[in-house]
Write a protein of this length. Structure first.
Length: 136
């Protein structure tokens, strides 16, 4: 199980990697990601498998998810205040981007789920998936 603070470090690292590599990424975002990545790499110094996973995360986050999460958890990075501070700073920068504070959630089958800042929910419980919510 991933500790909450370890999860925050993971989230900042993967979101930062994705956003910082965009051509139009602000310099502050690129710097924030570089700072967090350097701190994380410093904690796994000498562990080639963890170093490789962290470096490859930028290219394929889904493939490298488990090894990077394992490295973060095994080194208890969520307890390192410098790493946590860098992760939070990066998340703030990411949230300041247009659409950065929106949710990105994928749900297969869910019942009674409400997600988002406006709390708007449309429930279609009919067996006909083509039927519109207004009955039409």
């Amino acid at each position: 199980m991933v500790d909450q603070m370890d999860g925050e470090v993971w989230t900042a690292l993967v979101r930062g990697a994705t956003a910082a590599l965009a051509n139009d990424a602000p310099d502050a975002l690129k710097a924030g990601y570089s700072k967090l990545k350097a701190l994380v790499l410093r904690r796994v110094n000498g562990e080639s498998a963890s170093e490789a996973a962290i470096n490859e995360l930028e290219k394929d986050p889904e493939t490298w998810r488990a090894p990077v999460q394992k490295a973060i958890a095994s080194k208890n990075m969520g307890a390192d205040q410098d790493i946590v501070d860098a992760a939070r700073e990066l998340l703030e920068l990411l949230n300041d981007l247009p659409g950065g504070d929106q949710y990105n959630v994928t749900i297969g089958t869910a019942y009674g789920v409400n997600n988002g800042p406006d709390g708007h929910v449309v429930n279609n419980c009919d067996t006909d998936p083509t039927r519109k919510p207004d009955g039409g």
